[in-house]
Design a binder for this molecule. Structure first.
Ligand SMILES: [Zn+2]
Ligand SMILES: [Zn+2]
Length: 208
């Protein structure tokens, strides 16, 4: 099952140019099976999601992208709205209490204006970033960062034994579905999404 786990729509994410209706249409054209709405500190209510889903065969899940003192965190299975910048320890406590899951979004965005050779030297050091103590996984494919930045995230996830997921972080229509997480099983709801993420029963793919 092909899922884009990281998508912003307007007006809930002011920085996005994608309308919800266009998202569903484009996801259908691309053959995605599901999309996950991850607005910036802003949640959809269940009724709005149901209305958007309408008759479409595309499943619509919801996460949240929360700004912390350790960078952006994608949160799944945590139904509260979080505003402003929060301490990652506090977020972790709340999300764990609710049975949710935290993923470090684009953990090296803007970190690596260097070449690939420097990158090789820095994996060990990159693993020391404290954000990785608080998350179950890392975004290893995100279309808003450079290839070396994605590669660093992949190597860190591998070395630390964290989940490695893909999500486009789409803010424009042509970015939808660029990075997808392909799950082995069909996923019908957010509880199943959480379970399959936790179990690591997925692989990632980048569309060129
Ligand atoms: Zn972000
Ligand atoms: Zn994002």
């Amino acid at each position: 099952m092909r899922v884009d786990l990281h998508i912003h729509t307007q007006p809930r994410s002011a920085c996005s140019a994608i309308t919800p209706v266009d998202l569903i249409r484009e996801a259908g054209r691309l053959g995605l099976d599901a999309v996950c709405l991850t607005e910036h500190q802003n949640r959809w209510n269940a009724q709005a999601i149901e209305e958007l889903a309408g008759e479409t065969r595309i499943r619509i899940f919801q996460g949240n992208e929360i700004t912390t003192n350790q960078g952006d965190i994608l949160v799944f299975g945590y139904p509260e709205e979080v505003k402003g910048v929060v301490a990652i320890q506090d977020l972790r406590r709340a999300v764990s209490g609710a049975g949710g899951l935290m993923i470090a979004a684009h953990p090296f965005r803007g970190f690596l204006p260097f070449g690939i050779t420097q990158l090789q030297m820095k994996v060990e050091q990159a693993c020391q970033r404290s954000v990785f103590q608080y998350v179950a996984g890392v975004e290893i494919l995100n279309c808003k960062v450079t290839d070396p930045e994605n590669e660093m995230a992949r190597q860190v996830a591998e070395r630390l034994g964290l989940l490695g997921v893909a999500g486009s972080d789409a803010h424009r229509i042509d970015e939808i579905g660029r990075c997808v997480t392909i799950f082995q099983k069909e996923i019908r709801n957010e509880q199943e999404l959480l379970a399959e993420l936790r179990a690591g029963r997925f692989r990632t793919e980048l569309r060129n």
